[in-house]
Design a protein around this ligand. Sequence first.
Ligand SMILES: [Zn+2]
Ligand SMILES: [Zn+2]
Length: 437
Amino acid sequence: MKKLLWLTAAVMTATTPAGAATLTDSIRADMPQLMTLYRDLHANPELSMQEARTPAKLAPEMRKLGFEVTDHVGKTGLVAVMKNGPGPVLLIRADMDALPVKEQTGLPFASKVRATTLEGVETDVMHACGHDTHITTWLGTARRLAAMKSQWSGTVVMVLQPGEELGLGAKAMLDDGLYSRFPKPDVLLAFHDSASLPAGIIGVARGYALANVDSVDIDVRGIGGHGAYPQTTKDPIVLASRIVVALQTLVSRENSPFDPAVVTVGSFHSGTKHNIISDDAKLQLTVRSYTPEVRKKLLDGIARIARGEAIAAGVPENKMPVVTVREPYTPATFNTEKLSSRLIDLFGSHFGPNRVVETKPVMGGEDFSQYWLADKTKEATIFWVGGVPKAKWDAAGGDDTKLPSLHSPFWAPEADTVISTATEAMTIAALDVLKKS
Ligand SMILES: [Zn+2]
Ligand SMILES: [Zn+2]
């Protein structure tokens, strides 16, 4: 499969789009300005659904380029539209939120920002998922498309989305009329920086790219009492422990080995003191899958196991565990066949086959999925751009488990390579979608 791919790319190199060198040069010339923006965004991260400074900074830039800009779409989102004659409508999305993480990269422009989450918890804030590279690339691409207006025809809808990390932003923008108040897109594009690829390498998955993500809470209720008299209690810690162990069999014994699935208990809280048996224990789970069928099997299984173990422990009916699947969940992200295959060929011919790989799906989640799910007749692809500095990649022998992952306080992508590569990739993808007939 790979050989065939490289061959296709090699054949297509002979027909490199006209103006490729010019595009690379103009992006190179723009990089000092883009990197100034990047460092500013990195030093001033904002938590999900509380983005204010970021859209306010980008809006005038987009107006200057001739985009029609609307702010506060889906609370803090920004939509910038450029109509340039007949043709398809292309949506290019960047997410702009950061994470409650204390930065430890040691970068000179590292974040020192503290803020309060929607739940009221004060925290350090860091662009630990690299969304600052996405925002910068978004502007870089807008600048190129504005400068190259004579080379394309159609409409570009640039979306700066809030709240990706909570899985809320895309839905908030769609609910706020993204597809009715603005030109409805035919093609959807986004990229994400990658901690699993060397800097400047582009990865494209065909079909499923990222997983269904459900957050599940289990409130395990017992009967509290004195630690010395367990016979008078129903110990929720012992019961919750049994539930945690039994949950492991959902993936290992009930699910087909050919269907990807993850059930992780990420949080287990109970009790106050050595000699008190608590009356409840709280579990928090992340549940990952691709298909709706596997998702249902896992969620049904979690409810069944929690109840079954409580019955086995002799918990009374009115104290059965309460299982809550949080809404909204993040649905799996699907790269449509036609567009993802086209991009693999296009990127291969433009950058050379050594810079493009076909990637496997990952169990991470992305609410970019929502844009395609809102209308499945459209074409959609999210691609990866590697951010791991080459020397670090080589030192780790290409083993990404030895490197900081996305969301790590140490994640410091080689930002200039990510931004220049992604801007070039996004621009040629846009020019291809919007080519004059
Ligand atoms: Zn993230
Ligand atoms: Zn992200």
